[in-house]
Design a binder for this molecule. Structure first.
Ligand code: ARG
Length: 486
């Protein structure tokens, strides 16, 4: 095993190919939405698909079909089975995700035909309801239309379907999630009015080529939340903390066989430390450790009292306890670390590498006492995978396009770069506030329940191809943003 997988060895010197761990310094090749689909990437994926799923004799005819479609159109269409497998393998290859053991259980909702913002929103609500499943969270991905080379594509600006607003007060004070302060300000400019609370769920900005960016507020019943309390510290509940049940990353690009799906939100379930040791603890997020320490009456006069560490443990106990009590699936970092090593073994038995990024796999608390700490991993970039594009990242945090980025202007060229004409592009850049048509303003407009959304008119989009109804697993981790560790 060591010979085949030298990175599983315990010392870096036994692994000269890798050098210093941390391959994120080597950026993944940037995605150019104007480029035609790479036929080599398509062929590689089809080989994997017909090799693992079969039947193998279909490979050659399928390659022929795909190549002729590529030659004709510059793109091709995955079969529902290829899409399902591709999405699952993208999870399997997500090197930052510790929860990949049950990658086969990912439920794939094929919604490639849904194009209008209202219909997309209804599908996103459907995703949250199905994935939340009353607390028995199911790893789920909804795949909307792939990007056609050189054409504009639909996406959601938000980093996750559920995130909390952050507000900066005139006196420099903070409320809510600081990470989303710019995004919150941007959706305010688009017409949303947050209540100024600590846990206001942000609206979604659904951006389609036909309709531009539009705001939607999630119905309350689509957002399961867990108020936090502690197993034996009664005052903990008075801190008024809560978190949402389902982490659903919504701005990562799923890449399968050279095809790009920039709009394919997916979720797993939480590992407690993501909430307790990052979201609520980071100084640039909710920064709760000083408040917890005060209530614990810890001596905060010196770092050497380890007051931060004590407060961190209690906060994390509260997260796990509250989710358990609420019947919302969550995992802890000890259990998950063991499972991850089992996953590596199982995959290696199949002759497959498990790409992993130590800096994300190792949990953000108690790292050295988890078994994932004392070893190295294969730091390789395998496809299919999920990618976090700089432009999506930017808009997910700031709520505006980066200068120079534009979606509509792509409509003027086809994938060969030929001019298609059309109206002049209006890049929504920082200088020019985007014009959205907010359909949902607090106080002015509607916050429907999810069933009202689904039943809102008779011709609602057909629901196709939900698959993989097997036991769910921890995290549908994006390669470059599973987010559990670090
Ligand atoms: N770390 C992110 C968050 O706190 C979520 C990333 C995905 N995590 C997961 N368990 N699938 O919201």
């Amino acid at each position: 095993m060591r010979e085949r997988f030298p990175w599983s060895s315990e010392t870096a010197s036994a692994n000269p190919r890798l050098g210093v761990p941390g391959y994120r310094n080597i950026a993944a090749p940037p995605w150019d939405p104007a480029q035609p689909v790479d036929p080599v990437a398509a062929a590689e994926f089809l080989q994997t698909f017909y090799g693992e799923v079969g039947p193998p004799e279909r490979l050659v005819p399928r390659l022929g079909e795909v190549n002729s479609e590529l030659a004709r159109t510059g793109t091709y269409t995955h079969t529902p089975e290829e899409l399902e497998f591709g999405a699952r393998v993208a999870w399997r290859n997500s090197s930052r995700c510790i929860g990949r053991l049950y990658w086969r259980s990912l439920r794939v909702r094929d919604r490639r035909g849904v194009r209008k913002a209202d219909d997309i929103f209804a599908e996103l609500v459907g995703h949250l309801l199905e994935a939340t499943n009353g607390g028995k969270i199911r790893p789920t991905i909804t795949v909307f239309a792939p990007a056609t080379p050189g054409r504009p594509f639909s996406r959601v600006w938000n980093e996750q379907l559920i995130r909390y607003a952050g507000y900066r007060g005139p006196d420099g004070s903070w409320r809510g999630d600081r990470q989303y302060a710019d995004f919150t300000a941007a959706v305010h400019r688009l017409g949303w009015r947050g209540e100024g609370g600590r846990f206001d769920v942000l609206p979604l900005v659904i951006d389609t080529p036909g309709e531009g960016p539009r705001l939607y507020e999630l119905p309350e019943d689509a957002v399961l939340e867990v108020p936090l309390h502690h197993p034996n510290l009664a005052w903990f509940a008075e801190l008024g903390l809560r978190w949402h049940a389902v982490p659903t990353l919504s701005n990562m690009r799923l890449e399968i066989g050279g095809m790009h799906y920039p709009f394919s939100p997916f979720n797993g379930w939480y590992m407690g430390t993501e909430i307790g040791a990052r979201n609520l603890a980071d100084t640039d997020r909710y920064d709760m450790l000083p408040a917890v320490a005060r209530r614990l009456r810890l001596d905060t006069s010196s770092e050497r009292t380890l007051w931060r560490d004590s407060a961190l443990v209690e906060l994390n106990r509260a997260v796990l306890h509250s989710y358990d009590r609420a019947g919302v699936r969550i995992t802890d970092h000890h259990t998950e670390s063991l499972r991850f090593l089992k996953h590596i073994e199982a995959e290696e038995r199949q002759g497959r590498l498990v790409p992993a990024d130590w800096t994300w796999i190792v949990p953000p608390m108690s790292s050295g006492i988890t078994p994932v700490f004392r070893r190295y991993y294969a730091e390789i970039d395998l496809r299919p995978n999920f990618y976090n594009d700089p432009s999506a990242r930017y808009i997910g945090r700031r709520g505006v396009l980066r200068r120079g980025d534009h979606t509509r202007s792509l409509a003027r060229q086809d994938w060969r770069g030929r001019w298609l004409g059309g109206t002049s592009p209006s890049p929504l850049c920082r200088r020019r506030a985007p014009r959205a048509r907010p359909v949902s303003r607090r106080g002015r407009c509607r916050r429907m329940t999810s069933s009202q959304w689904r039943d809102r008119r008779p011709g609602r989009p057909p629901r196709t191809g939900t698959t993989g109804d097997r036991a769910p697993h921890e995290k549908a981790g994006p390669d470059r943003a599973c987010g559990a560790a670090r």
